[in-house]
Design a protein around this ligand. Structure first.
Ligand SMILES: NC(=O)c1ccc[n+]([C@@H]2O[C@H](COP(=O)([O-])OP(=O)(O)OC[C@H]3O[C@@H](n4cnc5c(N)ncnc54)[C@H](O)[C@@H]3O)[C@@H](O)[C@H]2O)c1
Length: 383
């Protein structure tokens, strides 16, 4: 079968996301499947060009996976005529500069979120990419989680009636790093390095709310740093300057109120690391990463508040499990396939740098809301 090769520069490929989800579970998975089948009957073959700061680490990854292309020189990688896409999974504050260089080199852009450190930077990237006529996409992986796909199916199928509210609970205990090593990179806890849970998670909440429910029109948030001192990868103590918890209230079109707690200083008493409860006039659902449960209005119990008596009902057992009804694949892989088709076949792809900028906007307004103790309307972005 005819095979077309597409060169993809990967920045940040030594990192957690860049290596595991984007290289191994997405691009190499496409190669293992023989390539991505295209409409014209040919197969698209991604050829990663690994870029980073440490030649030895890049070489080790390349050799482990039988790859031949790597360099510490981003400019040289972007100058290659066989490269069509630049992908970025670097630490957040290194992203803007690399994407600007890639746009200037005429490459299509695919990137992790948040797309930039602030709204001005994120809008600028979207404008530059539009002006250069390159295609652009931003990772919105949570939309592909099985639990949230099922939730989306319920919304589209009209299960809820009028949706009233959404309550999200995200987080787990991230160890401080002294007596047990931290399970997340230390830059996430330093503002100067682009860290902070608001800037990390609000972009996710933005696309989930916007795409499953309705556009976000206003935000009120309380943002804080519960754990002010942590220990880094080398065991050195550092001041945690970035926020590690963000408590947000988002007002959506249609009067829907979404409250989402995000915290790296919380212990899990839930079934999953993220869960959303949605209440509507006709029914309710609780969705996590994988599972989704529902309770229809016809099955809703009628508890009566009486603190003198023990609970008489097993409330958790009154919910029904939503069946899969389809096979769920890795969300990062699915999005890569869609973006590659967007680039080579002009297939539609709506999660672009403007969508990314709206996520950064919500984070910025959330932080401002917390700083100033005010509620902020979310203005439309001007293209
Ligand atoms: N979509 C998701 O679910 C998701 C989850 C986690 C992280 N992320 C995003 O992915 C990005 C990477 O996060 P991660 O958890 O993989 O981090 P990580 O620390 O594991 O990886 C960061 C990468 O950037 C490189 N890097 C570090 N400092 C750099 C610098 N100063 N200049 C250039 N490169 C540098 C590292 O070498 C590494 O390759 C972040 O922007 C983060 O917001 C997304």
């Amino acid at each position: 079968m005819d095979r077309k090769t597409i060169g993809i520069v990967l920045g940040g490929v030594t990192g957690r996301m860049g290596y595991r989800q984007h290289l191994v579970r997405s691009l190499l998975a496409i190669r293992e499947a023989g390539g991505l089948p295209l409409r014209d009957g040919s197969l698209l073959w991604p050829e990663p060009v690994l870029v980073g700061r440490d030649d030895a680490k890049l070489r080790a990854i390349a050799q482990r996976h039988g790859l031949t292309e790597w360099t510490t020189d981003l400019g040289a990688a972007l100058a290659r005529p066989d490269v069509e896409i630049y992908f970025d999974a670097q630490v957040t504050n290194a992203r803007e500069k690399a994407i600007r260089a890639a746009v200037a080199a005429g490459k299509h852009i695919y990137t992790e979120k948040p797309t930039a450190g602030d709204l001005a930077g994120a809008v600028e990237l979207a404008k530059l990419a539009d002006a250069a006529g390159v295609k652009h996409g931003v990772v919105q992986d949570k939309l592909f989680l099985p639990g949230l796909r099922k939730l989306d199916r319920l919304v589209k199928g009209g299960f809820f009636g009028r949706i009233l509210s959404v309550r999200g609970e995200f987080g787990y205990w991230v160890f401080e790093g002294d007596w047990q090593p931290a399970q997340r990179p230390s830059w996430n806890y330093r503002t100067a390095d682009g860290g902070g849970i608001t800037v990390d998670m609000f972009p996710h909440w933005h696309y989930l709310l916007e795409q499953i429910f309705a556009p976000v029109r206003a935000v009120t948030a309380h943002v804080t740093t519960h754990i002010p001192r942590r220990w880094d990868e080398a065991g050195r103590p550092y001041e945690a300057t970035a926020d590690d918890a963000a408590y947000g209230i988002f007002e959506l079109d249609g009067g829907i109120v979404a409250q989402v707690n995000s915290s790296w200083a919380v212990r899990v008493y839930r079934d999953e690391l993220v869960e959303f409860q949605v209440d509507g006039t006709e029914g309710s659902a609780v969705a996590g990463l994988r599972d989704c449960r529902v309770q229809h209005r016809s099955m809703t119990p009628k508890p009566v508040w009486n603190p003198d008596l023990p609970a008489t009902e097993r409330f958790r057992e009154q919910w029904q499990v939503v069946p899969d009804n389809e096979e769920f694949r890795n969300g990062f892989l699915e999005q890569w396939e869609l973006f590659l088709r967007h680039v080579v076949e002009d297939a539609p792809y709506s999660w672009d740098l403007w969508a990314g900028a709206r996520g950064v906007q919500l984070a910025e307004l959330g932080r401002r809301s917390a700083r100033e103790g005010r509620r902020f309307a979310v203005p439309e972005l001007e293209a």
